[in-house]
Write a protein that binds this ligand. Structure first.
Ligand SMILES: [Zn+2]
Length: 113
């Protein structure tokens, strides 16, 4: 993930990265606390060294055909609509693990080297 953002920074010609925003679903297998804890170690010595990590947590949700609506689920093995109790296996949110945005620091002096 860090190297993907670094590649993007290099492609844009930015000198650094201020902030990286991640979207993490509650069923993605990623643990936000662990990501935040690992972040300072992951960015040491990289162009992301100054970057702050923002994590947007996406609650897992299933599609309920009875309610005709997406319903948030909070238990890991819950495969039922929390409102009407209809069984469903259609997960519509919660598996996200993606970089939403990265705020790049562009060089003030734009003259080429
Ligand atoms: Zn329902």
């Amino acid at each position: 993930m860090v190297s993907a953002v670094e590649d993007k920074r290099a492609a844009l010609g930015a000198v650094g990265v201020e902030r990286v925003s991640l979207r993490v679903g509650t069923r993605s297998g990623a643990v936000p606390e662990a990501l935040l804890g690992a972040w300072p170690f992951a960015i040491v010595g990289t162009s992301l060294e100054e970057a702050v990590l923002d994590i947007d947590i996406i609650e897992a949700a299933v599609w309920c055909s009875t309610c005709q609506a997406n319903r948030e689920i909070d238990q890991f093995y819950q495969w039922r609509c929390p409102v009407c109790d209809t069984p469903t296996a259609q997960l519509v949110a919660g598996l996200e693990f993606e970089v939403i945005s990265a705020d790049m620091v562009m060089e003030q002096n734009t003259s080429p080297e």
